[in-house]
Structures are given as structure tokens and as C-alpha cells.
Write a protein that binds this ligand. Structure first.
Ligand code: FAD
Length: 290
């Protein structure tokens, strides 16, 4: 994997919903260099909420308007933003490294504010990561120049990322994990109209099984808009699909905090905003103590 753009932040916030934006605002109030990272297309649940009636002071507000107001305030306060999916977090001597597409970002603390949406992994997928299964076309695509590739994609953005691979691959088959437009793909791409069901490695190839058959590739790329907690930070304790935290929003990993829907129920904007605020204060205290 080719890595570039090393930066060092006080606090990196993963997710741009109400929890992440509230955290970023308080972090700036505390004088911290804050960076917020989220995919380019808005996937905050708040954006999907037609009307919010229980957020204090702002009755009958549309979710999209409330989110836009949070974001404008964060921007005005000097929060740096970066588009991309955080794929992995690795501990370092000084803090953490986050892998975002083909870049690395270094930070002293992290706040996970990724909401409640979690991807459903395919049977066999986790064991094959780095052994023929990849999540990043620009990072790993060159390794598969002139090879037979399979792409498993959940969205239009995945179809767009596939275009980079089309130029390199000898042949490319495309599977949709969820229904989405694929008309950006050139005619040379074979769109398989069946859902992938599992992955396995056999005689140096990755085999994708569907209901009626098996498809063999030199490499398989999987594009989704979310990452499973186990793959994001392997040492992170989880309870089901949620992250347990104490009253200071501290996870079991020192320097890593969590806020909002990803810490568990109730899944509500006011709770997400409050937890984001607490997480920023705890991160500031952690930085002062270390
Ligand atoms: C239809 C609907 C109606 C609702 N109605 C109400 C209501 O009336 N009142 C109420 O209080 N609540 C309501 N909610 C719930 C509310 O929207 C959520 O509780 C709130 O949005 C949670 O905020 P959050 O910041 O924790 O997560 P989200 O708003 O989901 O934001 C998560 C962010 O994390 C990002 N992300 C995820 N993974 C990664 C990654 N690996 N790298 C980088 N970024 C990542 C996402 O792109 C997104 O930006 C409703 C939700 C829905 C879906």
C-alpha cells in the first residue's frame, strides 16, 4: 500500500453527524486543532430526517437544515474537514494513525462519531483482507495490473471508484451488494446480476459464490460507505454493534473516545450532541495530562 500526506492533529473526529460536529465545535472552543473526516456524500442519519420536533429551541426543523447549521458553525469556528472513509486506525508511539483512502493522518486523540450504520460482512471476507481482498482502489489497484478482478460495491461511489481499476485490469466483473446505478461503468465491465454470498480462497484465487454459481478472480475489491468496528480498530471493545463508554465517553483504548449513536441507544440528536460535547472535553483533558 502506498501512503502519503502525513499530518499531526490534536483530535480527529470520525463522522460528520450531530455527534461529530458538536465534538468539533467544543474542541475548537478548547483551542484544539480539530479535523473532522466523513465520506463526501452525506450519510448522517440526521440528513434523512424530514422533521425534528424534540431538539430544544428549534421545533419543526428539517434534519437537513439542522445538520447544515451545525456544519456552518463548525466551519466558522475553524474546524478542518476532510472527505473520505476512515478505513483503519493503528496505534503509534505518539497517538494514532488513521488510514483514509491512500493517505495517513496522525493524531494524538480520536473521537469515533460514526453513527449506528454497520456493514454486513460476507462470510469469509474478514479472513481474506490483505490476501486478495482490498477496500481501496487507489491504494492497492496497481498490485493487480493485468489481472482478473471482481468488484463488490454497495453504491454509485463504488461504481466510480471501479473506473480506476478498469484501466488496470485484464478483465473486471461487477457485483452490486445493494441496488444502485451502474451506468458509469464502460461496456467492457461485466455486470453480474446476482448477489455475492460468500468469499473463499482457492488455489491462489479468490472465489465469489452467488446463488447459482462461483466466480474466480486474482483480486476482489469491496466498496461500502462504512467499515465494521472490528476492522476499524481491532483492540476496541464492542457490545454487539455499539461501543461501550464511561461517563467521559472514554472507550477501553486510552486516547480514543466515542459519541452519538455508535455508543448505543437512545438514538437521538440531543444525546449525540451532548455526548460529542463531553467527548471533546475529555479529549482536551487527556491531551493536557499527556
Ligand atoms: C428517519 C429518521 C428519523 C429520525 N428522527 C429523529 C427525531 O425525530 N429526533 C431525534 O432526536 N433523532 C431522530 N433520528 C435519529 C438521529 O438522526 C440520530 O440519532 C443522529 O443523527 C445520530 O447522530 P450521530 O452523529 O451519532 O450519527 P450520524 O448522524 O449517523 O452520523 C454518522 C457520521 O459518521 C460518518 N461515518 C461512518 N463511518 C465512517 C468512517 N469509517 N469514516 C468516516 N466517517 C464515517 C457518516 O458518514 C456520518 O457522517 C432519526 C433518524 C432517522 C434515520
Amino acid at each position: 500500500m502506498r501512503l502519503k500526506n502525513i499530518e499531526m492533529m490534536d483530535i480527529v473526529i470520525v463522522g460528520k453527524g450531530p455527534a461529530g460536529l458538536s465534538c468539533a465545535i467544543t474542541a475548537r472552543m478548547r483551542g484544539l486543532e480539530a479535523l473532522i473526516i466523513a465520506p463526501p456524500k452525506t450519510t448522517s442519519w440526521l440528513a434523512k430526517t424530514e422533521q425534528i420536533d424534540n431538539y430544544p429551541g428549534l421545533p419543526k426543523t428539517s434534519g437537513a437544515d439542522l445538520l447544515a447549521a451545525f456544519e456552518a458553525q463548525a466551519r466558522e469556528m475553524g474546524v478542518t474537514q476532510r472527505e473520505g472513509l476512515v478505513r483503519q486506525i493503528l496505534p503509534t508511539d505518539n497517538g494514532f494513525m488513521l488510514l483514509v483512502e491512500s493517505d495517513v493522518i496522525e493524531t494524538k486523540t480520536i473521537v469515533l462519531a460514526m453513527g449506528a450504520a454497520r456493514p454486513q460482512l460476507l462470510p469469509g471476507e474478514e479472513e481474506l483482507v490483505g490476501m486478495g481482498v482490498s477496500y481501496c482502489a487507489t491504494c492497492d489497484g496497481m498490485l493487480y495490473r493485468g489481472k482478473r478482478l471482481g468488484v463488490l460495491s454497495a453504491s454509485e461511489e463504488g461504481a466510480e471508484e471501479t473506473l480506476f481499476l478498469v484501466k488496470l485490469a485484464e478483465s473486471l466483473d461487477y457485483f452490486s451488494l445493494k441496488k444502485h446505478e451502474t451506468n458509469v461503468l464502460p461496456v467492457t465491465v461485466k455486470v453480474i446480476g446476482e448477489q455475492p454470498q460468500s468469499l473463499r480462497r482457492e488455489a491462489g484465487s479468490i472465489v465469489v459464490t452467488t446463488k447459482t454459481g462461483e466466480h474466480s478472480y486474482d483480486g476482489v475489491f469491496i466498496f461500502r460507505n462504512a467499515v465494521s468496528l472490528g476492522m476499524l480498530l481491532p483492540d476496541l471493545a464492542t457490545e454487539g454493534s455499539f461501543i461501550p463508554v464511561d461517563r467521559g465517553m472514554r472507550t477501553n483504548v486510552p486516547g480514543v473516545f466515542a459519541a452519538g449513536d455508535c455508543t448505543g441507544k437512545p438514538l437521538q440528536v440531543a444525546k449525540a450532541v451532548g455526548e460529542g460535547n463531553v467527548a471533546a472535553i475529555s479529549a482536551a483533558e487527556y491531551l493536557a495530562a499527556h
